[in-house]
Design a protein around this ligand. Sequence first.
Ligand SMILES: NC(=O)c1ccc[n+]([C@@H]2O[C@H](COP(=O)([O-])OP(=O)(O)OC[C@H]3O[C@@H](n4cnc5c(N)ncnc54)[C@H](O)[C@@H]3O)[C@@H](O)[C@H]2O)c1
Length: 253
Amino acid sequence: MDFTDKRVLVTGSSRGIGRATAGEFAARGARVAVNGRTADSTRDGVARLGGGERFHAAPGDVSTAAGCRAAVRAAAEALGGLDILVNSAGVGVAAAFAETDEALWDATVDINLKGTFFCCQAALPHLRAAGGAIVNIASDAGLMGETGLSAYCASKGGVVNLTRALALELAPGVRVNCVCPGYVDTDMVRRDGIDKADDPAARERALADYAPLKRIALPAEVARAIAYLASDDAAFVTGAALPLDGGSTSGRS
Ligand SMILES: NC(=O)c1ccc[n+]([C@@H]2O[C@H](COP(=O)([O-])OP(=O)(O)OC[C@H]3O[C@@H](n4cnc5c(N)ncnc54)[C@H](O)[C@@H]3O)[C@@H](O)[C@H]2O)c1
C-alpha cells in the first residue's frame, strides 16, 4: 500500500489506535493531520509521532459540529486538501444501563457518533474533489450487544449503519468503510475499561479469553486494516464493516 503524497486526517490521533494509524499512513508516504481535543493534546500527539514535515496539527473537539469543522479546516489548510479521513476519536466507559446518566450518554454519542457524522460532512467537499475515502472506527460493540456498555453499543451500532448509508449516498466518488475491532491494547482497555480487575493475572485471563484467537489486538494491526480500506487495493470496497476481533463476533463455540 502506497500513500505517497496522500493527505490524511486522523481524528483522535494523540494516542491509541489513532496515533498508530497516523504513523502507519506516514510510514507509507502520506502527510498526516493529527487531531486531539485541545491544542495542547494535539501538539503532544504531533511530538510523540516525531513531528517533522509529515505531521501537522489539526486540533478540534469532535463532540460538536463546530469542533469537527475546525479540525477539518486546519487539516485541509495544512495539507492543501484531503484524500482520506479516519474517524478514530472515541470514548468507551463501562456503566450499567440503570446507572448511565444523561451526561455519559451525551458524551458517548456526541464524540463517537455525532463527531463521526459531522467530520464526514465537513470533509466531504475535499474528499469529493480528491476522489477520496473515509474509514470510521466502529467496534465489535457495533455488531453485537455487550452488557454494561449500552450507550457505547448504541453509538457504535450507529457508526456501522452511518457507514453504510454514506457508502450509498457518497458513491461513486467517495468510498466509506468501517473497522469493528474487539479489544485493542490501548488506554481505553488498559486504563478505562476492563483493567478494573484488582488481580493482574485475572485481568490477563479475561483479556485472553475475550476472543477465540486468545489475545487482544495491537493498535498496529487495526492501523494496517484501516490503511487497507483507505488504499487503492480496496478500490471496489465500500459500505463494509470489517471485524478485527479474533473471532469474537463469529458466534458461540
Ligand atoms: N481500545 C479498544 O479496545 C477499542 C475497541 C473497539 C473500538 N475502539 C474504538 O477505537 C477508537 C480509538 O480508541 P482507542 O482505543 O485508541 O482509545 P484511546 O482512549 O487510547 O484514544 C482515544 C482518542 O480519542 C481522542 N478523543 C476523545 N475525545 C475527543 C474529542 N472530543 N475530540 C477529539 N478527540 C477526542 C483522545 O484524545 C484520544 O486521542 C475509538 O473510537 C474507540 O471507540 C477501541
